[in-house]
Design a protein around this ligand. Sequence first.
Ligand code: ZN
Length: 240
Amino acid sequence: MNRFGKVTILFSVLLVFTGLAIYLYNLSFGLLLLPVVLWLLTVAAGVFFIGMNLFMNCKNRLEGRDSSVALTFDDGPSEQTERILDILKKHGIKATFFVVGKNIQGKEAVIKRMAEEGHEIGNHTLNHSGFFPFKKRGEMAEEIERTNRLINEITGKTPELFRPPFGVTNPNVAFAVRKTGMKCTGWSLRSLDTVISNPGRLLKRLKRKTKKGDVVLLHDNREVTLQILDEYILFLIKHK
Ligand SMILES: [Zn+2]
């Protein structure tokens, strides 16, 4: 049973005990709302925080004694992905790119280069729609499979890793991931490179927050990410 099932059972038991307490001690029926609201809050948190692993197990950090840091780049390929690849190549660093299927057309050479240079290519859905979590689970699985096919046609390899858009998960996303045989990947450190546009601020934040074993969420379509990457990698190498 996944955590969602366990949490639901736990709150159901709490609901029964609350009902019993209301009956025995002549308390207000409004108290019944308490376990329901708590359950709803827990589920809502699980939807938005992939690290809670509420609906499925996602790999959110490097395990064991691995002292390295994993760099992951979402939402590409973009106009500047090649320049990101140049920086990674300069330092001999391998990263994971969670690519969006619809962005591949016209950038097949970039995908090919990622694979040739030893980077891992993950699946980040076909459309990266904000409505992805609301789709039917069959449609979700179809989006994942179509993106896998697009990547396979270029690299000859089918991606194994999947990262849900915005890190939003629910029982349907969990089903689609299971059905397509993907491994869900989250992160332990959000760079916030989609929010922070000042390179100095972003770099400072990353330097302060990065810990050994972190899976760092970056975006290869953000200018600020390109601006700080070289210096961030130098920092990571120095503090290894
Ligand atoms: Zn994304």
